[in-house]
Design a protein around this ligand. Sequence first.
Ligand code: ZN
Length: 200
Amino acid sequence: MKQRDKLGQIQQHWDQALSRQKFPMSAMYHGLTEEHQRVPWRSVMCGNKARLRAVICLWLACHKKLSTKDRLRRFGMIQSSDCSICNCADESINHLFFNCSGTREIWGNILDWLGRRHDPREWDMELAWIIENTKGKGWKSALLKMATAETVYNVWHYRNSMCFGTVVDKQVIERNIIDNIVYRSWQYPTLRSHVAKLMM
Ligand SMILES: [Zn+2]
C-alpha cells in the first residue's frame, strides 16, 4: 500500500494487471520496484566472488549502515565520534573508507598489487570510481569487485580491533586481503592465470 502513489508512474503495468483474469501480484511487484530501487553500485555487488561475509559488509557500507561512531553519536549512544584509527576526524563511512590516514594506505597497496594506478579518495568518490571500473565482465572488473569487498570487510575489522584496544599490523591486514582474493580466484579458471601473474 505504501507504493500506491507510484501507480500513476506505471500505468501500463496496472492496466495490464487489470486486463487479466487473475491479478498477477508478482508482476505488479516487479513493476513497482524495478525502476525505483536500482542502486548505482549494483555492478559492484552482482557476481562479486568475495566471501559472503565480505559482500554483506560491503552492502552495509554502500547503504551507509555500518555502525560508525558518527551514527552511534547521532543515536545518543556515545559522546565522541573521533575516528577509532587516526583519532583526527569524525568517524564516518566517508572518512573510514578511505580518507583515513590509517586505511588509505591499505587500499592504496591493494590497488598497487592489482596494477591499478589510482589514488584513494573518500568513500563517495571512491565508490563512483569503483562502479565505473566494474561495469565490464572481464577479470580486471572481477578482481576489483572482490578486492573492494575484502578490503571493506578487513578495514571494518581493523577498526573494531582498534576500538577494543587491540594492536593490528597493517601488513597482516593487507596480506589477509590478498590471500583471500587469491584463494577465492583460484576456483575460477578465467581468473586463475591472471592472479598467478599478480603473485609473481
Ligand atoms: Zn581516521
